[in-house]
Ligand binder design. Structure first.
Ligand code: DNO
Length: 354
């Protein structure tokens, strides 16, 4: 396992590379070329400049999160082949930079969704939370504005403002897309890109849907074990893998995460590890990484990753906002560093106890 942290790029992320470097055990960051829209082709000079900046700080880019997929690919639009070609060209640039991991998702319209970005817990920490009833009361066309307002204008990873400005059009594009069709469109995409990934030595890590159920009636196809196994078997090539996100899968208490991890042996290329606290069905809040602070058994999750021989990058995920820190929601330094140290401790103990 390689311990990493997510970094939101130069000039934007208050959690700078020199701060990340001081977190014990961190050798790499997970980042992307910010400002790119789904469908944009990356230029190698841009990625090389980012790589140089990261390496000058004593770290490496351990993976790209994310290269987002154009809606034309997800909806089998007229231009999907062109966008697939562009996607492959971007993968070539990533491979030239010596990076071999790409995290992506296949969520329709919205990436992760929350009803609250700063719910105050009894100890004063602020966390992201989801109340299904509240979300369903929001007019989906206005979801982006609601989230932006809650974020105080701060960037929300996975919510590109330029895309969200076309929200009505996006909903229209998905009007006739049910889950089966979305699966078919995913299969078409994977059949085109995975042979290229094999040549380029790039591992693709599909991020599960967050939360793991349908929001606003949109199709969701990466919610559980069955979905993830269907994904990896659809194109049975080791490059076609998963980003195991315990917090996203953990939104649904029916998901047995250690069992999911074991069933995906050899196909987990990246791990996001965090805890989540179930409040009621369809209602959860994020918590500290510590098992006792939420509903997931973090020891069992790390143990399962260790048992399957997971050796890819792992990062702590959304943290709480504590000690007055102002950051990208979920991505402050303090609580992620605490979570990271806890996960490193579990990992060391599990390995030494083998
Ligand atoms: C949220 C993230 C997601 C993730 C994408 C992957 O904090 O985990 O936005 O990066 O879904 O494509």
């Amino acid at each position: 396992m390689k311990m990493t942290m997510r970094w939101f790029g130069p000039g934007f992320d208050p959690v700078t590379l020199d701060k990340i470097r001081q977190v014990p055990g961190v050798k790499g960051v997970i980042t992307t070329l910010y400002g790119k829209q789904p469908g944009d082709e990356w230029k190698s000079e841009e990625l090389f400049a980012l790589k140089k900046q990261v390496e000058d700080s004593g770290l490496v880019i351990a993976g790209i999160e994310s290269v987002n997929i154009h809606d034309s690919i997800k909806t089998a639009g007229a231009q999907r082949d062109m966008y697939i070609e562009r996607y492959i060209n971007t993968l070539k640039v990533i491979s030239q930079a010596g990076i071999n991991l790409v995290c992506y998702n296949f969520m329709a319209v919205f990436d992760w969704t929350r009803s609250d970005l700063a719910k105050i817990r009894p100890d004063g920490a602020a966390v992201m939370a989801y109340d299904h009833k509240l979300v369903e009361e929001i007019n989906p066309d206005n979801m982006f504005n609601v989230m932006q307002e809650k974020a105080g204008g701060c960037l929300l990873p996975g919510w590109e403002p330029e895309r969200m400005a076309r929200i009505k059009e996006l909903f229209k594009m998905y009007h006739d897309i049910d889950e089966e069709t979305l699966f078919k469109n995913l299969e078409y995409f994977l059949k085109a890109i995975i042979p290229e990934c094999e040549k380029l030595k790039i591992k693709m890590g599909m991020h599960p849907d967050d939360p793991g159920w349908s929001v606003f009636g949109l199709p969701r196809i990466m919610k559980n074990k069955e979905n993830l196994l269907r994904l990896v078997n659809m194109v049975d090539n080791p490059c076609n893998g998963v980003t195991l996100c315990s917090g996203s899968l953990g939104t649904n208490p029916d998901n047995d995460i250690p069992d999911i991890i074991r069933s995906l042996k050899g196909r987990i290329h990246f791990a996001h590890v965090r805890n989540v606290k179930h409040n009621a069905p369809g209602d959860f809040e994020e918590s500290a990484h510590l098992s006792s602070d939420g509903s997931l058994d973090m020891y069992s999750i790390m143990k399962a990753l260790c048992d399957i021989g997971f050796d890819g990058p792992l990062r702590p995920d959304h943290g709480r906002q504590i000690w007055g820190e102002v950051s990208v929601p979920g991505y402050g330094l303090y609580d992620r560093a605490i979570g990271l140290s806890y996960l490193s401790g579990l990992w060391e103990a599990i390995n030494k106890g083998k």
